[in-house]
Design a protein around this ligand. Structure first.
Ligand SMILES: *[C@@H]1O[C@H](CO)[C@@H](O)[C@H](O)[C@H]1NC(C)=O
Ligand SMILES: *[C@@H]1O[C@H](CO)[C@@H](O)[C@H](O)[C@H]1NC(C)=O
Length: 269
């Protein structure tokens, strides 16, 4: 629905066609990480969660009075939407096959107490997506972290952004377009088929866009996939190789997030 910011034309496509299109690094598709934290419960149980508006003025006022460190406000995109509408969009799912992924083996390093991959590799974090009316977070997060990792592992890939739309349109085994996808399993598509750039197949926020894209690129494939299941291994992996992907359980207040640092609370939408 929304205009997607499309990365400006990638300078020289030929360089992506190098023979070395299988990358030998670990990707962390993780199954069971839910960031539960900090914020107090911000609204009562009696509010009829599915019928209330996303831009619920009571919730917004409540956040702005009580939340520490962040502010809420009306979000134009959700004008007139109820929580139920958002829920219908679907979202990230985790299959029951996550256990079949092998656990990552990591060297024994101790990351510093504070580490932000965006500060460590600023050249590798340029794009922020507007998903539009499409539950594409599974595709954007996965394509995004592979993009970040290609850049981190090889400076030649600084300008490359892999196509989240390709996952939306082409991954039909574990992905269901704009209705969500299985975050732990869609990696196998990238291992088998690979992803082209988002110049070759731009983001359309549309799950029924046909699986069809430019034919002059060699898709980038993953060499291996593994799972991280402890907070310690996730920290080490990010420190060593960059972003991982994990599902997060959100509360309604996330949708009216405006600014500052949001604490994600442990209550499902
Ligand atoms: C969002 O898309 C769905 C179909 O995927 C449609 O039913 C719904 O009306 C759309 N919502 C808005 C606000 O455009
Ligand atoms: C999504 O793409 C299909 C196929 O190209 C098209 O028919 C449909 O109108 C598009 N939907 C939206 C909401 O743009």
């Amino acid at each position: 629905m929304d205009e997607k910011r499309v990365r400006e034309a990638v300078a020289n496509r030929k360089k992506y066609r190098d023979a070395n299109s299988r990358y030998n690094f670990w990707i962390a598709g993780t199954a069971a990480v839910v960031l539960a934290a900090c914020a107090a419960v911000l609204f009562g149980e009696d509010t009829g969660p599915l019928e209330i508006l996303v831009n619920d003025p009571t919730l917004i006022t409540h956040v702005n009075r009580n939340a520490k460190g962040w502010q809420a406000g009306e979000v134009a995109f959700f004008k007139g939407w109820t929580i139920g509408d958002v829920q219908k969009l679907g979202g990230v799912k985790v299959s029951n096959q996550a256990g079949s992924l092998t656990e990552c083996t990591l060297p024994d390093v101790t990351p510093p107490r504070h580490f932000d991959a965006r500060e460590r590799w600023p050249q590798c974090f340029s794009s922020v997506y507007d998903m539009g009316n499409c539950s594409a977070s599974w595709a954007i997060a996965v394509a995004g972290s592979v993009t970040n990792r290609l850049c981190i592992s090889n400076p030649e890939n600084t300008e490359l952004e892999l196509s989240a739309q390709q996952l939306l349109s082409c991954e039909r085994k574990f992905g269901n377009g704009c209705e969500g996808g299985m975050l732990d399993m869609v990696w196998s598509y990238i291992k088998q088929e690979g992803l082209v750039s988002s110049t070759c197949f731009p983001y359309k926020a549309n799950g029924t866009t046909p699986c069809s894209y430019c034919n002059e690129e060699e898709p980038k494939q993953l060499a291996s996939i593994c799972r991280l299941s402890t907070a310690d291994s996730i920290r080490r992996e990010i420190f060593l190789n960059g972003p991982v992907v994990a599902p997060v359980t959100l509360m309604n207040d996330f949708l009216v997030y405006r600014r500052d640092k949001l604490h994600v609370a442990a209550r499902e939408l």
